[in-house]
Design a protein around this ligand. Structure first.
Ligand SMILES: Cc1cc2nc3c(=O)[nH]c(=O)nc-3n(C[C@H](O)[C@H](O)[C@H](O)COP(=O)(O)O)c2cc1C
Length: 188
């Protein structure tokens, strides 16, 4: 039997009641048996990028985040769109890791998902993230894409459990495709 792949998830929202974090939590139950999905350490304590801080010594939250990403066979980024693009905190974390000698994104299989309040489901953020992650030589699953539109209608109001069957089906399809993609990229 093929070995179980170690997949790490990154959420672009720090909000307690985040729909993206709720989707991130739903992923292990929707994943095929060949994927073990766990959240990466939070990037919340990573300082704003400054070369002077880097020269003074790599901040521990950067190295902890990068180590977890590096150890994974693949990454799934689940993020909102802020003002038509990548949330600044998430982009900042990517900028920090891109300065490491052994950038965890280089050659890493990545899948993207987004939840948003409106009609486009975070699509603009995903396309900007694809551009940025191409710059750090990540290898991205092209499709199926996962855009959760009108997110408030797709999760339970109180528990934030993902309740929308069409969304679950869409996510399952992507996770199945991602397993195949990661196995092809890693040879596992
Ligand atoms: C600073 C900010 C900017 C936003 N800009 C967009 C946007 O460009 N497009 C969009 O669809 N939603 C935008 N939203 C609304 C988010 O889609 C919505 O708040 C979503 O629930 C955030 O994700 P979360 O629930 O995971 O925190 C914005 C929200 C914030 C806080």
């Amino acid at each position: 039997m093929a070995e179980v792949l170690n997949i790490v998830t990154v959420c672009g929202s720090l909000r307690r009641a985040s729909f993206n974090a709720a989707l991130q939590r739903a992923l292990p139950a929707l994943a095929p048996a060949g994927l073990s999905i766990k959240p990466a350490p939070a990037w919340a304590d990573i300082p704003i990028y400054n070369h002077d801080i880097q020269d003074a010594g790599w901040p521990a939250p950067v190295t902890a985040w990068a180590d977890a990403l590096r150890a994974a066979d693949g990454l799934i980024i689940v993020s909102p769109e802020y003002n038509w693009t990548i949330p600044g905190g998430l982009k900042n974390a990517i900028d920090w890791t891109s300065r490491l000698k052994n950038d965890p994104f280089k050659g890493k299989p990545v899948a993207l998902q987004s939840c948003a309040g409106g009609l486009l489901g975070g699509a603009r953020m995903q396309y900007h993230l694809r551009q940025s992650l191409t710059s750090v030589e990540a290898v991205m699953l092209i499709r199926p894409e996962v855009f959760v539109t009108f997110a408030a209608k797709k999760f339970d109001e109180k528990t934030l459990e993902l309740t929308d069957q069409a969304t679950k089906d869409m996510v399952k399809l992507q996770l199945e495709a991602f397993e195949k993609f990661v196995r092809k990229q890693t040879g596992k």
